[in-house]
Design a binder for this molecule. Structure first.
Ligand SMILES: NC(=O)C1=CN([C@@H]2O[C@H](COP(=O)(O)OP(=O)(O)OC[C@H]3O[C@@H](n4cnc5c(N)ncnc54)[C@H](O)[C@@H]3O)[C@@H](O)[C@H]2O)[C@H](O)CC1
Ligand SMILES: [K+]
Length: 265
């Protein structure tokens, strides 16, 4: 498979004129170093990430079409919870679907930072049955609770924006049940999609499809374009890419720029 590498207009150039990008390992290392070496709490990075995505989506969806946010069990899903809160704060109609295993008390099993933001979201709507913000979709019961699947699929058939906060740089294998069905419904709905960090299903480093993949209209990616976005074959799946600043210290990001042969910012 010959991959042609994209020279995106207007982007800052690294070595040989290619755009400054980060690999999966680099951006995950940068995340860890921002937290451990510079003391920026993960939830602060997540708040900046989610708020940046919410502000982008409010610009893309000024008519306030309903927003269906699909959240996975990790920090990509955590970004989705932050996005939901900021959209809800500004009066955009939001519904969140959480795809995660459930504990005995029916709270979803989430990464620590995602759990913080899930709890905040639940608290903001406790007792307000009309603002049903969050639905829990337990992957293992997806097959035995067809009504939940049918409800989501009906929702996806009505005009809405879809936010793909299922998986980001933590994706390690092709999407399987229920994610393959959900992705197929999202793509068939022809609703505009904002993918968070990376369209779920796309390989971060190669830009190839690992399997079923979200076809996004826009992708909001953090810190820098991902290495796989240089592969022109990724373009139909990422749509327009927007880089969101999540507040990682400039001196840290400049280290990766210099490594890529880029001038510091
Ligand atoms: N500095 C930054 O860029 C920041 C990024 N943020 C966001 O964090 C995600 C990465 O989060 P992580 O928890 O590491 O992984 P994911 O959320 O992508 O995946 C969750 C979890 O899912 C499991 N998994 C992997 N593949 C599959 C699969 N095919 N089917 C089912 N389950 C799967 C695996 O256990 C993963 O751990 C990044 O993309 C950003 O969105 C931070 O929010 C802010 C800083
Ligand atoms: K995603």
């Amino acid at each position: 498979m010959t991959r042609t590498f994209l020279k995106r207009k207007g982007a800052r150039r690294g070595r040989g004129g290619a755009m400054f990008t980060l690999s999966r390992d680099e951006v995950r290392e940068l995340d860890r170093r921002a937290i451990n070496e510079f003391g920026v709490p993960g939830v602060v990075l997540m708040e900046n990430a989610g708020r940046g995505c919410a502000e982008l989506l409010m610009r893309l969806n000024p008519e306030r079409k309903p927003v269906v946010i699909l959240c996975g069990p990790g920090n990509n899903g955590g970004d989705g919870f932050v996005i939901a809160r900021h959209l809800d704060n500004h009066g955009w109609p939001v519904e969140v679907w959480v795809f995660a295993d459930l504990q005995n008390d029916l709270t979803p099993v989430l990464s620590p930072d995602a759990a913080v933001n899930f709890a905040i979201l639940r608290q903001t709507h406790r007792g307000n049955a009309h603002a049903r913000l969050v639905r829990l979709a337990h992957p293992r019961s997806w097959g035995t609770h067809p009504q939940l699947r049918d409800y989501l699929f009906d929702e996806l058939k009505t005009p809405a924006w879809v936010v793909d906060a299922l998986f980001g740089t933590g994706l390690s294998r092709a999407l399987a049940t229920p994610y393959d069905e959900v992705v197929a419904q999202v793509n068939a709905s022809r609703n505009p999609v904002l993918a968070i960090d990376i369209p779920s299903g796309l390989d971060c480093d190669t830009g190839e499809l690992l399997g079923p993949t979200v076809k996004a209209t826009h992708t909001a990616t953090f810190v820098a374009h991902k290495r796989g976005f240089l592969n022109t074959a990724s373009k139909p799946w990422t749509g327009e890419v927007h880089v969101i600043d999540i507040g990682a210290p400039r001196v840290l990001v400049d280290e990766y720029r210099r490594k890529a042969g880029e001038r510091p910012a």
